[in-house]
Design a protein around this ligand. Structure first.
Ligand code: CAO
Length: 243
């Protein structure tokens, strides 16, 4: 690809140069590799998380007693695990020679953690087999290890899919970059109360903006639509997570 020309910025004003961290360099290489290899498509939707948020609020004291914290992330992990099992093309990778699709019969999900040293993606194994409390604890534990730079390589390997949650920071939507050789990634933005038409009037509902990016070599738009519809349905009625 054509190189971006080198520019001496100091000719325009004072500058400060800082070397990229090791994590920063690895992330930059991974991002460019994914961006250049994967034909990305991103689909957007909002999930009505009014009931999920009420349920989460009702568990706040219990979570504190257990010494944990139940954010929306464990629910998102659980919803993605169900959708990955029901939409196997999302739980797959293209073989290195591009000749076949490798379907995975395990459901390991990575989640992006913003650390002072850069972006790290610890992996929770067998998300489909774990409950919300267990997932909440693992998220806290792995995020703390990531921030303390204590994650072992094995704790960052083997993901089938990634969740990138910027919900605590805000924003209405973004285009996450697939973490190849995975073929899908869910971006999560900040939930907010919106007026939603219920057929006769506008009612206040808490809506969570979601974006799913996928590798169009493996996943078609209709597959993407089905995956997103299911994630939205599961988050909008969390009783479905138990089915
Ligand atoms: N909408 C509204 N509020 C949200 C939310 C959402 N989608 N997601 C989380 N929140 C709230 C939480 O409930 C929590 O609120 P309380 O403190 O009142 O309970 C608050 O935001 C902070 O949450 P958190 O960040 O501590 O926990 P989390 O489970 O949501 O996220 C982690 C954990 C590790 C994913 C997060 O800390 C993080 O690092 N996110 C950044 C990921 C990132 O950098 N992605 C980009 C990658 S590509 O460059």
């Amino acid at each position: 690809i054509p190189a971006v020309p080198a520019v001496d910025f100091s000719q325009f004003g004072p500058v400060r140069e800082e070397a990229l961290s090791k994590i920063g360099k690895v992330t930059a290489a991974n991002m460019q590799r994914s961006w250049l290899n994967v034909p990305h498509v991103t689909q957007y939707d909002d999930a009505d998380v009014t009931d999920l948020e009420a349920f989460r609020a009702s568990l706040k004291d219990e979570a504190a007693r257990k010494g944990t914290k139940l954010t929306p992330l464990p629910f998102l992990l659980k919803a993605c695990a169900v959708a990955l099992k029901d939409n196997p093309k999302f739980n797959a990778s293209l073989s290195a020679d591009g000749e076949s699709i490798i379907y995975k019969e395990y459901v390991h999900i990575g989640f992006a953690v913003d650390t002072p040293a850069g972006l790290l993606v610890p992996v929770i194994r067998d998300v489909d087999k774990k409950g919300l409390w267990e997932l909440a604890e693992e998220v806290l534990e792995l995020a703390a290890l990531a921030r303390d730079k204590k994650l072992k390589p094995a704790q960052m390997q083997g993901a089938c899919f990634t969740i990138s949650s910027l919900g605590a920071l805000g924003g209405k939507g973004f285009t996450p970059i697939v973490n190849a050789p995975e073929v899908g990634i869910l971006g999560v933005s900040k939930s907010s109360v919106q007026p939603v038409w219920d057929g006769s009037s506008f009612v206040p509902r808490t809506m969570l903006p979601l974006s799913v990016s996928y590798d169009h070599r493996v996943i078609n738009g209709a597959d993407g639509g089905r995956f997103m519809n299911q994630v939205v349905a599961l988050l909008s009625d969390i009783r479905r997570l138990t089915l």
